[in-house]
Design a protein around this ligand. Structure first.
Ligand SMILES: Nc1ncnc2c1ncn2[C@@H]1O[C@H](COP(=O)(O)OP(=O)(O)OP(=O)(O)O)[C@@H](O)[C@H]1O
Ligand SMILES: [Mg+2]
Length: 246
């Protein structure tokens, strides 16, 4: 399967053959620009492959009815999009008929309750355009609750830790793992400590999958993944630096 953005000189994604097992969490790691977010967008059908196919349960995802497909896939992008309305309305996005109790349960399921309770008005807190009056982690938590409410079969999560302060990052990560529990989940992990918590790790390099296996297998292989760990190792005994680099 290949994909290329318009005007790009080379394929942005070039995957000859790759099968991910159902029911597992897979971390996608790799340098910035490796194609991690693009891969997520292809799986979400935001883009169409230029060649080849992506199959879910053996069926080309392009053959599923789009609305039905979107019900099966839950995506939390690197920058979650919120709209004007209150927190509850934003969570309800994928299931407008959901009750208040269901909305609250979805927020609880991803560990967002405390963060929402801190907002003036809680679930009734007014979200301004694009969620500009919320912090990045609050937006991510709302987006996670949104996905939890729909209960999709497949979760696509782009971690986006660059925007998060370390204090609230842990809440978002926990929310991601809670949402991913017992699901087929692809987590773009910008921190290798996140990857280490997943069942499998997929290493992308310049649009190509270069390694796939468990964290332990890939470390033992002493290849690309092991090198990523090596380069992310702290040079100084400062916890701050570990936090921002790993
Ligand atoms: N909308 C776009 N139009 C053109 N090129 C794009 C677009 N989005 C991404 N690219 C390019 O495609 C390549 C892969 O980008 P992508 O965002 O998938 O990388 P990534 O692995 O998610 O990086 P990061 O870790 O920084 O999030 C990069 O070279 C990027 O510049
Ligand atoms: Mg990205």
């Amino acid at each position: 399967m290949t994909f290329r953005y318009e005007g790009a000189a080379e394929d942005t994604i070039d995957i000859a053959d790759l099968t991910l097992e159902a029911g597992l969490s897979v971390a996608v790691v790799g340098a910035t620009g490796a194609g991690k977010s693009t891969l997520v967008k292809l799986l979400a059908r935001f883009y169409r492959p230029a060649s080849g196919t992506i199959r879910l349960d053996g069926v080309d995802i392009g053959h599923y009815d789009l609305a039905g497909y979107r019900q099966r896939i839950g995506i939390v992008p690197q920058e979650a999009h919120l709209f004007e309305g209150d927190i509850a309305e934003n969570i309800r996005y994928g299931r407008p008929d959901a009750s208040d109790a269901e909305v609250t349960a979805a927020a609880r399921a991803v560990g967002a309750t405390a963060a929402i309770a801190r907002l003036p008005g809680g679930f009734r807190h007014a979200v301004r355009q694009a969620g500009g009056n919320l912090s990045a982690s609050e937006r991510q938590l709302v987006a996670l609750a949104r996905v939890a409410l729909v209960e999709p079969d497949v979760l696509l999560l782009d971690e986006a830790t660059a925007m998060l302060d370390s204090g609230t990052e842990a809440a978002v990560l926990d929310g991601m793992f809670r949402a991913a529990r017992d699901k087929t989940a692809l987590l773009v992990a910008h921190r290798l400590t996140t990857a280490a918590r997943c069942d499998r790790v997929l290493v992308m390099d310049a649009g190509k999958p270069v390694e796939y296996g468990t964290h332990d297998e890939l470390l033992a292989r002493q290849g690309a993944y092991a090198r990523l760990w090596e380069s992310a190792r702290p040079q100084a005994p400062s916890r701050q630096e570990v936090g921002s680099g790993v």
